[in-house]
Design a protein around this ligand. Sequence first.
Ligand code: NAD
Length: 479
Amino acid sequence: MSASFSAFIAGKPVIGAGPALPVINPADETELTHVAEAGPDLVARAAEAARAAFDDGRWSRQSVEARQEMLRRIADRIDAGAAELAAIETANTGIPLSQSKVRHVARAGHNFRFFADYIGQAAGRVYDQAPDHMTLVRRQPVGVAGLIAPWNAPVALGAMKIAGAIAFGNSCIIKPSEQAPLGVHKLVELIHDAGLPDGVVNLVSGRGAVTGDALVRHGDVNVISFTGGTATGRAIMSAAGQMLKPSTMELGGKSANIIFDSADFDQAVDGALLGIFTNNGQQCLAGSRILVQRSIADRFIPAFLDRVARLRVGSPLDAGTELGPVASRAHRDRILAYAETARREGMQILAGGKPHAGFDKGFYLEPTVAMTDDAAATVCREEIFGPFATILLFDTADDAFRIANATDFGLVSYVWTQDLYLALRAQEELQSGVVWINTPMMRELRAPFGGWKESGVGAEGGMDCEAFYTRQKTVTMAR
Ligand code: NAD
């Protein structure tokens, strides 16, 4: 089988001579294709193309109206190609097709429309110091953005990064995960088909240590937007920092999902289930630590376990599937090792903790629920990034906030209560960049999405992307 691509540069797919990296379908373990890794030479070509496209001004100097029109055309093109894009995303990631369509591809188109609207409203500032003196604060694009994405939501996260970067006039180079590059490659083709000038959006595919590292260190790449694991983020931020290159880091999480006895019970059970098992449990924002108030534990835990037992685990292509396979063999083994650690540390495994017996092929796991009193247990501290929930009990609100905050991460907190005072206290006390009260995973693109502590540096969202993908210029004029 010949490699399908290495890169997409200046409007054309490129196949290089790098090592072949297999791309596997996690549902049946077949090799979908392989990618010939883009090495530093192709990264340099992509950077050159992105720089040339930026400098020629066909995109970077377009009027706001022309950029809005193009962003909307891209969104329409994504919508028109949605069925194919969702099928590719599902084949490459194992995400149930129903979720690929609604949560990933529909969101991808929405991201471009959002930024089209946003740039129509964006404005600079004017300070009138004196009748004959004024100061303007303007924003101009940074140039070339390097975008590095993980495998758990390649199209949705890739689209957010590309849309944010190009909306403000930049060119960009995206590096998807070597494990799941196919959806992002298709997305870049669709963007190109919409008529964006060649070289504005480029792609390089390959491993982080090779392709990603070359992208971070290339002198023509002005900023790095990274989404992925905390350890990787640390390495990228220090490499970028050496070059005084601004970077934004969307990293891991270990979010608390706090169920107070004042919650709407059914809503909270649904919320806890969605919070951990959506996207096959592979979400940075997963509510992986479910904190249950002791007064309702006898009712909540059986109700939750009953729902877990009824989760439809199956082929990601089946319309009814709620939980598909995890992304790779190595990842499945890593999650199983956490189940082993939980047993070794004396935790109760209330459900799962094993490979799913119903499948000969594919990286299927039983949805897993463990319980402990020890908030410092390994599986309560480390990000597992799979269908693995940990239940912890608490007595008072103070206990809940203390346990919720006892983590190195700080991406999201979920709170379930009908008590307004408690809700207000919770949002004040919780140390995370996002607090969702009585809602699982409602994203507002105008608001920042970013983590506290080791969950990130910077944020994505309308104003935050504008700040990151533009440079300010202060112009003072006198008459
Ligand atoms: P990862 O950190 O292993 O890889 C992410 C990307 O970085 C990949 O494209 C990888 O090839 C690249 N990379 C790795 N080393 C690199 C290096 N030295 N230089 C440049 N690039 C490098 O993460 P993953 O396993 O793909 O994704 C899972 C992680 O992503 C989880 O920790 C999850 O929480 C996090 N995540 C965070 C968010 C968020 O918004 N905060 C969203 C989704 C996923």
